[in-house]
Design a protein around this ligand. Structure first.
Ligand code: AMP
Ligand code: MG
Length: 339
């Protein structure tokens, strides 16, 4: 019997622990939340008068969706994928160019042209196909960031079948864009979180960073989120890619939604999630996906060689429900005793 289970929930969700200072005459903490890209967002910031920028934020998300959303059939991205448009906008250019850099740095582990494979494996817009080695091989003919380029503001593809998927980078970039907007409006310090991926700017008025709890894998989908460690960050992006909340089960075998663009198959290793700390949200998002493709050994080697990146990996043990953790050398983990 074949059972197909599809669970679409934001991967690992970082838990926000807030602390309010008692000082008088300081900027007010504002919190805004809503739904975007099929997930939840929370924006927290300190502003002199406590002005609420809900309307402005939602309108930025609308613009962003019209450019990069893969769920919106009329977005620029969807039209480019259907070869109905070639001219791009600023959001598109920023994501495309950064994606290419990260594709090169990660030896193709991060590759937005993986879309035909994502679709065929059932994680895109269509149901899962019968995936034979022949089918995988034929789809690999359309995968590879070298098959697409930007020329004078237009997308040029090697063949019409090349398609882009920015799901592994767009949430982090959207968090950066909202932070930029808030800073432009005079906000002191902000944290923008979209489905567990986030960007932060500035220290809080009490001089501390934003506190983010690192989630422990839950026993099941309904268990509450728990954490043992937290980090304090500012002017940093943090994103998590993981499998234990989003996968497909076919004949009792789990299939990851992270696809190795080199082999064409969903990744298989004992890394349950990769959280990456990078200077901005867009980079953190893309590198987190890349680390999930690399698997633990390569991921650790990659992160340790990079001054600008830190990572927190959750690894499955031999026994069901057993976990271990890896924190990169520069990451300062704090516990409840530090609160
Ligand atoms: P994330 O949760 O940021 O790791 O993004 C996962 C999504 O990115 C998947 O659902 C796919 O749509 C897409 N994706 C899967 N594999 C890759 C890859 N190797 N490079 C870029 N995007 C990918
Ligand atoms: Mg990502």
């Amino acid at each position: 019997m074949t059972t197909t289970k599809r669970i679409i929930i934001a991967a690992v969700t970082a838990l926000l622990i807030s602390s309010c200072s008692m000082l008088e005459k300081e900027p007010k903490l504002v919190r805004i939340s809503g739904v975007v890209f099929g997930t939840y967002y929370t924006v927290s910031y300190y502003e002199e008068e406590g002005r609420v920028f809900q309307h402005e934020i939602d309108s930025i998300f609308d613009d962003f969706n019209s450019s990069l959303s893969f769920y919106d059939k009329e977005s620029l991205l969807s039209r480019i994928n259907r070869n109905e448009a070639t001219g791009v906008d600023d959001y598109f250019v920023a994501v495309f160019n950064r994606a290419r850099e990260i594709y090169v740095e990660t030896d193709g582990a991060f590759d937005p042209t993986v879309f035909p494979l994502v679709n065929a494996w059932g994680f895109g817009l269509s149901v899962r196909e019968e995936m034979t080695p022949e089918r995988v091989d034929s789809l690999l003919n359309y995968v590879g960031f070298d098959r697409i380029r930007l020329e004078n503001g237009n997308i040029v593809k090697e063949t019409e079948d090349v398609q882009l998927d920015f799901n592994a980078i767009a949430k982090g970039y959207a968090a950066d864009i909202i932070c930029d907007y808030l800073v432009y409006r005079g906000v002191y310090s902000c944290l923008v979180e979209i489905g567990g991926d986030l960007a932060t700017r500035g220290l809080k008025p009490d001089g501390t960073g934003w506190r983010i709890g690192l989630e422990i894998p839950a026993a099941d989908m309904v268990s509450p989120q728990e954490w043992d460690y937290f980090v304090e960050i500012h002017d940093t992006g943090l994103a998590t890619s993981g499998d234990y909340r989003r996968y497909q089960e076919v004949d009792g075998k789990r299939y990851s939604h992270t696809i190795d663009p080199v082999t064409g198959y969903p990744v298989e290793h004992n890394m349950l999630s990769a959280s990456v700390f990078a200077p901005d949200g867009m980079s953190a998002d893309a590198y987190a996906t890349a680390l999930m493709v690399m698997g633990p050994e390569r991921a650790i080697e990659f992160v340790e060689a990079r001054e600008d990146l830190e990572a927190y990996l959750i690894l499955a043990g031999e026994e069901d429900g057993e976990f271990s953790f890896y924190a990169s050398t520069g990451l300062e983990l704090k516990t409840r005793d530090d609160l």
